[in-house]
Ligand binder design. Structure first.
Ligand SMILES: Cc1ncc(COP(=O)(O)O)c(C=O)c1O
Length: 448
């Protein structure tokens, strides 16, 4: 496989445009000695060969895909000046680009105004949302489902906030009846609603959780780090659509442009419905906030230095691929989901496998049928290795018995969990590659 190198000429052209903006400065002699850079750079390229092919459609393991070429180029371009979006003083243009880009994400969810910014990733975005939740409701418990990302419990611990895990139903969604009975204690201040769990892409029933707010008072933080962009897809099942259509009613949202937004790693986003949350960030910095009286991004975010390059990459991507239903970006998400459904259907009629349930987004999880649960786990691990040998890259996930009973993959339960196979079918090209993927799955199953 060769990587695209044609785009490098475009980078060259864009660098000339960027340089033109600084043409009145005295020239600085370029001191780059290419011969010197060559050895470490080629050594790094050699070392980087030791990776799974995350960029290739035969990789359907974890939530990984390459950034869009325009994101890669805009990020690279920005590195020549390396702005810091902590303050306008450190990154005038890229701070404005960040505000424009996050404004478009907020509008995708139906928010015309909000408070928010980019950050390192989903964990940071959730951390900031939970921190604001704790500031608003000190001493109150943060609740999330047992299928929510593991960091919610850890982050609550860091914040010194009590945490309560709410059981998940058979499809990996928050169990609303269990949530309601937990709410009776009046201890819960914030409910984390996951729209796209990490393990299976399950979407918590936001509509039913919102309905509980007529009887109980609590904040809602939506963790849409993985699934948020699917609000643009036109091929969701009705209940998934219902949940995603109601995101605007949440108090805060985490979404990761570095998952489904075609961005390089280091690009998460947190949004708050109430612009007044900025009062919780109040601090004074004698060094930075000099150029304007507008709030600098560093005055409304937990982190200090942040890459202006991430903002430029996101801004350029959204300029090329606007976040609108029916657009090219939305069609890419729908293609991945279509491929995931094709994989699910193929597994459902294959008596060697037991897919858990119809995917709500684009993640498919299945067990290998066996007599006992421990044998099913061993077979899944063997199958995982066999597919790797055939250059097809899956991942493994441990699933509790309750979520597996409907699929009935085993006759006897001698363990409470089964190691299952998992595919994140998240590249638009997966639709065209599904026949090849299924052929390799079949061949690997024969090997096992
Ligand atoms: C639902 C969800 N929330 C949060 C995270 C954490 O995001 P990050 O890895 O960007 O910190 C993930 C990561 O997989 C996730 O799937």
């Amino acid at each position: 496989m060769t990587f695209d190198r044609e785009s490098l000429s475009l980078l060259d052209e864009a660098l000339a445009v960027l340089a033109d903006g600084f043409r009145d400065l005295p020239q600085i002699p370029t001191s780059i000695d290419l011969a010197q850079l060559r050895e470490p750079l080629l050594a790094a390229a050699q070392r980087l060969q030791n990776n799974d092919p995350y960029h290739h459609p035969l990789y359907i393991g974890h939530m990984q895909k390459p950034p869009h070429p325009v994101a890669r180029l805009a990020y690279c371009l920005t590195l020549w000046i390396n702005p810091n979006n902590h303050a306008y003083d450190g990154g005038h243009a890229s701070s404005v680009m960040e505000l424009e880009a996050i404004g478009e994400i907020a509008r995708m969810f139906g928010w015309e105004s909000c408070q928010g910014h980019l950050c390192g990733g989903g964990t940071l975005a959730n951390f900031e949302a939970l921190w604001i939740a704790r500031e608003r409701l000190p001493g109150k418990t943060i609740a999330a489902s047992t299928q929510a990302h593991y960091t919610h419990e850890r982050l609550s611990g860091v914040l010194g906030a009590p945490f309560q895990a709410i059981p998940a139903d058979r499809q990996g969604r928050m169990d609303v009846a269990a949530l309601e009975s937990a709410l009776h204690s009046r201890e819960i201040g914030t409910v984390v609603v996951t729209l796209g769990t990490t393990a299976t892409g399950a979407v918590d029933p936001l509509d039913q959780i919102l309905a509980l707010r007529s009887r109980h008072e609590f904040r809602i933080h939506v963790d849409a780090a993985y699934g948020g962009y699917f609000t643009l897809a036109n091929n969701l099942d009705a209940e998934t659509r219902r949940a995603l259509d109601l995101v605007s009613q949440a108090d805060s949202i985490a979404i990761d442009p570095h998952k489904h937004g075609l961005q390089p790693y280091g690009c998460g986003c947190v949004l708050f419905r109430d612009p007044d949350v900025k009062r919780h960030y109040l601090h004074d910095s004698p060094y930075t906030y000099l150029s304007t009286d507008d709030p600098h991004l560093g005055e409304i975010s937990l982190e200090c230095s942040r890459p202006g390059a991430a903002a430029a990459a996101l801004w350029a991507t959204q300029r090329l691929l606007p976040l609108v239903p029916g657009g090219v970006f939305a069609q890419g998400l729908a293609s991945g989901r279509e491929a995931a459904l094709a994989l699910y259907r193929a597994l459902a009629v294959d008596n060697r496998f037991a897919p858990l349930f119809r995917p709500q987004l684009d993640i498919v999880v299945w067990a290998v049928r066996a007599d006992t649960s421990s044998q099913a786990s061993l077979l899944a691990r063997a199958f995982y290795i066999a597919t790797k040998k055939r250059d097809l890259h899956l991942s493994l996930v441990t699933i509790p018995k309750a979520m597996l009973e409907a699929a009935a993959p085993v006759r006897t339960w001698d363990a409470d969990t089964i190691t299952c196979l998992r595919a994140c079918v998240m590249k638009p090209e997966h639709r065209e590659w599904m026949t090849e993927i299924l052929a390799r799955l079949d061949a690997a199953a024969e090997d096992v």
